[in-house]
Design a protein around this ligand. Sequence first.
Ligand SMILES: C[S@@+](CC[C@H](N)C(=O)[O-])C[C@H]1O[C@@H](n2cnc3c(N)ncnc32)[C@H](O)[C@@H]1O
Ligand code: SF4
Length: 395
Amino acid sequence: MTLPLSLYLHLPWCVQKCPYCDFNSHTAGETADKRRYIAALINDIRFEAERAGDRVVETVFFGGGTPSYFSAPEIEALVAEATASFNLASDAEITMEANPGTVERDRLADYRSAGINRLSLGAQSFNEDSLRRLGRIHGTDEILAAWRDAQKAGFDSINLDLMYALPGQSLDMAMSDLQRAITLSPQHLSWYQLTLEPNTIFHTRPPADLPNEESSWEIEERGHELLGAAGFEHYETSAFARQGFACRHNLNYWQFGDYLAVGAGAHGKYTDDSGNVWRYRKPAHPASYMKASETAQPGVRMQLLAEADLLFEFMLNGLRLERGFTNGDFEARTGLPWSAAEPGVARAVSLKLMTGGDGSGGTAVFRPTDRGRRFLNDLQALFLPDPAFYSQSQA
Ligand SMILES: C[S@@+](CC[C@H](N)C(=O)[O-])C[C@H]1O[C@@H](n2cnc3c(N)ncnc32)[C@H](O)[C@@H]1O
Ligand code: SF4
């Protein structure tokens, strides 16, 4: 079975590094050689196109970093190269992330003409104090201006990124952020709980007034109610969409489809004709990536996934989806028999973290329960590779 295929392109620079962010993003300063980077991406697109052959690419995602740090002609050159090199679906979803502090009046219209048909705006909050404490380069006015310009530019599929459990944030402040986002009526909202990631300033020096676990949980529950009442379908842990506007690109990750990786530190997943599943990644630092991409092969590190990894990675993704997955999905996407998942599923069901049949009588749907969603990490950990099994299967 041929799995759906997506393409991810990483653009690694930002005007300023935010203190909570552990993405592969670098302050642009003097070091960002955009022309050289675009040329490296174009080499890399051609390299990945050979891997794809005639498989149809259904979605493209320009992520970062801050893709909108690049000009419209630069993005257009990448869209044109992807269109020429890949068998791109005629209705491909082509998303670009944008920081409201980097988009000026006409820029968004130019991105739209360049072929971007879905925009993801990093709003984070509508509260000036929260934005300042998050180290954002924009205030509320810039978010609203970017929003208006995106509408004028003709984008009819827009996501807003918001975060909650922010320093000093009360329940009322969090609800007011959501309410302001809902008032704009976006097609999609990504609502992330702020996490303290290693190697970030917030991790080294956590803000003293972060909401505790109980307050964060209350914000989350009330937020879900508010978004549900406003007509958003909660389809993944942090993703909410109006009908028909779920992000096809991210759904392909969560449903364990294949995706090609272009750009510094980009990760790919690829199932070959024999059903072997490979993970690979490109060199993380922009300088090493550009150097590698200027040679014939852009420095790919390939890893063949063992059975135990396949089970865990499928669950890591599939358990984020509200609709869950079927035993048939599991078998088709991993190439493993359902019996490989059964012990973990049975344990999860007995702990009331998951619901579902035993899969023996045909197709059954498996979903996390409310409790499973609340303790998602514990649920996912039930499928971690067992070191004993792993060493046996490698022997
Ligand atoms: C690559 S950024 C989006 C585009 C652009 N760089 C920006 O920040 O506006 C991806 C998103 O991840 C979320 N994010 C980043 N770090 C996070 C963290 N530590 N906890 C929760 N969400 C985070 C933010 O909502 C951010 O918009
Ligand atoms: S959150 Fe966005 S703008 Fe801030 S450092 Fe991360 S990638 Fe850059």
